[in-house]
Design a protein around this ligand. Structure first.
Ligand SMILES: *Cc1c(COP(=O)(O)O)cnc(C)c1O
Length: 315
């Protein structure tokens, strides 16, 4: 493994700062992790202390007061809360259906591939045809299934806390830039604002990226089996799934009963770990989601054991 270097300072070389001199600007473990993620996405990656930190840095670094973001409706609830929290600084946002073209007159288009927890996929072509720059939050897809920069996006955002970190033990975020100019501008903004990822989480990301593909393939295979069986189950109303990755949602008449009847699947929030987790999203999102909507993040357990647990909880 690449070494974990926790230094905050490095001596000047011949009286001049080298590549590394103060951790807020750059550190070797972060640069190594950024190189690995950048190769997977086909762009220049920058790491941040969380997905939300990455989103904050990107919109504050890119936009000016009075500018408007078109945000995919039905996407990660925290993104709309975050944009709302930035409204006192003059940032505006409007929601739109990402399966259709974005509204006119916006300064940034924010897509989610696929949306969490509604699992819709964006219309990349329609978004790319608009004059505004395009961001894709690709947390649930990962570069194993979707590489948004190849579909015309200018930026890819990840909550690396989810599949990229993959073990529910690291809070981390990333922005991958399609252009070197954008990366330089964002890197400079990050260094000044100090919204930077520390060496330890970067090292955990490096470890996790080595198994990303094999985890995602196993997770997808299991998710497909569960989706098929959920769709055939009489107590399940709607099953939403993008066809890849491990995030899915379905509606039941009594979500609380299912949550508390599970034995193997943990009743917990978040997604993307090795262990399956399920929760009712109305707990957080209120009437923005159907009251019976359960979100399931499929992990690496045996598919038949997962199904047996779901089946007993549904009955
Ligand atoms: C979790 C999540 C985020 C926020 O990331 P944090 O690492 O929790 O700050 C952003 N987008 C999506 C799609 C997420 O699932």
């Amino acid at each position: 493994m690449e070494p974990l270097d926790r230094s905050t300072i490095w001596p000047y070389e011949g009286g001049k700062p080298g590549d590394f001199y103060y951790q807020r600007y750059a550190h070797p473990t972060g640069v190594a992790a950024e190189r690995a993620l950048g190769e997977l996405e086909g762009g220049e990656a920058l790491l941040f202390p969380s997905g939300s930190g990455a989103i904050t840095a990107l919109v504050l670094g890119l936009l000016e007061p009075g500018q408007t973001i078109a945000l995919a409706e039905g996407g990660y609830y925290g993104t709309s809360l975050l944009f709302g929290a930035l409204e006192p600084w003059g940032l505006r946002y409007v929601e739109f259906d990402q399966t259709s073209p974005p509204p006119d007159g916006v300064d940034l288009v924010w897509l989610e591939a696929p949306s969490n927890p509604f699992l819709t996929m964006p219309d990349f072509e329609a978004a790319g045809a608009a004059p505004a720059r395009v961001v894709v939050d690709s947390t649930a897809a990962t570069p194993v299934y979707v590489r948004p920069l190849e579909h015309g996006a200018d930026f890819v955002v990840h909550s690396a806390t989810k599949y990229l970190g993959g073990h529910s033990d690291v809070l981390l975020g990333a922005v991958v830039c399609g252009s070197a100019d954008d990366a330089e501008r964002l890197r400079s903004f990050r260094g000044r604002t100090g919204i930077v990822a520390a060496p330890d989480p970067c090292w955990l990301l490096l470890r996790s990226l080595k198994t990303l593909r094999v985890r995602m393939e196993r997770i997808t295979a299991t998710a497909r089996v569960l989706v098929e069986r959920l769709r055939a189950h009489p107590a399940v109303e709607t099953v939403r799934y993008a066809g890849f990755s491990g995030l899915l949602s379905f509606d039941v008449p009594d979500p609380g009963k299912v949550e508390t009847s599970l034995r193997l699947i943990k009743n917990a929030t978040s997604l993307g770990g090795t262990e399956s987790v399920l929760e009712s999203r109305a707990r957080w999102e209120g009437d923005r989601v159907p009251p019976g909507l359960l979100r399931l993040s499929v992990g690496l357990e045996d598919p038949d054991e997962l199904w047996a647990d779901l089946e007993q909880a549904l009955s």
